[in-house]
Design a binder for this molecule. Structure first.
Ligand SMILES: [Mn+2]
Length: 385
């Protein structure tokens, strides 16, 4: 009988020693929660694990103890210098370190070695398994992937995610579109991984509940299901600190965050003819109120999304690598991933986003907004017919 993806993952983890766990750049609560939980679980069952995310863990998630997370994959491959001895036999071999170099000295039995006999085959990778979390495609891992494409090509990948746009890049794909979050999927995987003793210690349960709470916006989003509530209850029973999560993520705002939110409210543009509204944060807004990019987290869900009588809301944020657009559906049956697709982005019907990478300093808001107006015009025309 063929094994289910979950069983295959359990087998793959049991059979490996040195595992790379990694999540998408610009990590959210589900990315951080799943990464921290996987890393702690793998250590608990005696695996070596390297935990990677291209970007800093936002300060709001510092209670999750993501200290083990590093930004780059380094030293992941041996360097091999190979000498062909099929024609000229080697008598002895030694190496010397001098003047900042290592010299390998091979003495021939007879005849002579020539440079053509030396080659540099790729050495073995340190990792025997890669676990990618909450990530629809490998590109979204950012630099750690771009700089180590060979590693990802040659090492078995486990892909655990809940995004509809996931392109099944793994050797084993556990992609559950009905799950609220990657963290929700992990709970039953961890159960299968250790049948006798529970792997859900307080800190692991807290990390997993963080992902479920942030991806459902505290169980307010439409994606909240009976299963997600059951899994959350199971995590609370395992001592997940729900109060700490709520306090740290939703009830602690710095003055700089509040000032930034003030700017977002002042900048609201009314496109009610096209059934949406939008706002923006420019780089200069961040600097003039002393806020960082992290301070913009939550502004769309907690402020803009409370708007009434529109299909969706849009927030454009100017960051170092380009313009980040976030979309949230407000009206019933609206799918904002279609709008994200206009700009090569993606996501869920309720929440989606896109990035327009460019070095220009000004947000081309006119172009973005007029494209969306066109889309809305066409959409409302079809829905009225
Ligand atoms: Mn997620």
């Amino acid at each position: 009988m063929e094994l289910s993806p979950k069983q295959q993952i359990v087998e793959a983890i049991r059979g490996s020693e040195n595992i790379l766990a990694i999540t998408h750049r610009g990590p959210d609560g589900d990315a951080v929660g799943s990464l921290v939980a996987v890393s702690k679980v793998l250590e608990k069952i005696g695996k070596k694990v390297t935990t990677v995310c291209a970007d800093n863990i936002p300060a709001v998630f510092s209670f999750l103890d993501g200290n083990q997370v590093v930004k780059n994959i380094s030293g992941n491959r041996d360097f091999v210098i190979s000498l062909d001895v099929s024609n000229v036999k080697a008598d002895k071999f030694l190496y010397k370190t001098e003047d900042g170099r290592i010299n390998f000295i091979v003495t021939p039995k007879s005849g002579e070695f020539t440079p053509e006999m030396v080659s540099f085959p790729g050495g073995k990778f340190k990792f025997d398994l890669i676990i990618v979390l909450d990530c629809p495609d490998l590109e979204r891992l950012g630099k750690p992937y771009e700089e180590n494409v060979d590693l990802f090509y040659e090492t078995p990948i486990i892909n655990i995610d809940h995004h509809a746009s996931n392109d099944h890049f793994g050797k084993i794909n556990l992609v559950d579109l009905t799950a609220t979050s990657t963290c929700e999927i992990l709970v039953s995987l961890f159960e299968s991984l250790s049948k006798d003793t529970s792997l859900l210690t307080d800190d692991i349960a807290t990390a997993l509940l963080t992902g479920i709470i942030t991806d459902t916006n505290s169980f307010q989003n439409q994606n909240t299901t009976p299963k997600s509530l059951t899994v959350a209850a199971q995590l609370v029973a395992a001592n997940a600190d729900q109060q700490e999560i709520i306090r740290k993520i939703y009830k602690t705002r710095s003055l700089s965050t509040l000032r930034l939110w003030g700017r977002v409210l002042t900048n609201i543009h009314d496109e009610s003819n096209y059934r949406f509204l939008w706002s923006q944060i420019k780089k200069s807004d961040f600097s003039s109120v002393g806020a960082s990019a992290d301070d913009s987290d939550g502004v769309i869900d907690e402020l803009l999304k409370t708007a009434y009588g529109v299909d969706f809301v849009l927030l454009l944020i100017e960051k170092d690598d380009g313009i980040h657009g976030s979309l949230r559906a407000v009206g019933k049956g609206v799918d904002v991933s279609g709008i994200a697709n206009l700009f090569a982005g993606g996501g869920h019907p309720m929440a989606a986003g896109f990035v327009i990478e460019d070095g220009k300093s000004d947000i081309p808001t006119d172009q973005i907004i007029s494209k969306i107006r066109e889309y809305q015009k066409a959409r409302n025309r079809t829905s009225n017919n």
